[in-house]
Design a protein around this ligand. Sequence first.
Ligand code: 8YV
Length: 315
Amino acid sequence: MAENPEILQVLPMPPRVAQGLGDRYRVLRLWEAPDRAAFLAEHGSSVRGMMTLGHGGADAALIDALPNLEVIAVLGVGYDGVDVKHAAFKGIPVTNTPDVLSEEVANLGVGLALALTREIPKADAYVREGRWVKGDMKLNRTIVGRPVGVVGLGRIGRATAERLQALGAIVSWHGPRPKPDAPYPYDPDLEHLAANVDGLVLCCPGGPATRHLVNRKVLEALGPEGWLVNVARGTVVDERALVEALMTRRIWGAALDVFENEPRVPSELFALDNVILQPHQASATVATRNAMADLVVENLDCHFAGKPLPTPIPL
Ligand code: 8YV
């Protein structure tokens, strides 16, 4: 490997990444730079690799500020914040960290579906607040034998669908096109799917193709008994429409791990008892974040050793 290639780290990452890189690289910490433009003007031309997060990204301007950039390594499976088209145009490969997080994300998605329908947070409060001694809590809803829609049947969507089915739900799905090997009924029309299921679990990628896929009409179709889980990206849902639907009880409930402007969450949601809020936690276990960190390092190591990239994003 050439001597200590310089890597631009765009955003904070778990310490495991720095540990994995060891002293083989010189890491420049962009998010700490008081003057980003001055920092890039000074260091940009020596940077050969970039590490970033999928939703925090790398836009065309940042890519262009690094004229000798050879590779972009994304910590995360999603890469909606990275201008991959621009990178491809410039011949710069982009890698992500798929597979190692699929089961974890699916577990949280299904966990949220259960927490919502079985009202686990409300039941916890019921006991803590001493209400149980005054009488039993009202009965919950089930997903057993009930229709549930999965939006996006990629790696995470499939892991989610398998789990929902194992828990007794009747799964169908929506995505941009049918998949011949998918063992669940496909619905090409999300509004139609929403009208025919109890709940939707969003597992699709973010980015322009899925922006506001869950719009006012889909929420209306889901209806006052319908519920929504989002472990995909905040941008997939028209957040204004969702807040209004929750406030006016035009949908029954939602469990949200992601938001349009995270970490900022619409403050109206804080007072609502029909929503469960999470701070983008789906892959956030020690084991999974370690596996993701190791894969970022492996991708950089392979690139600088001239070996095939383990997980290139197909462009
Ligand atoms: C993480 C994610 O939040 O993989 C993704 O696309 O959104 C998450 O796993 C993030 O990328 C790492 O902090």
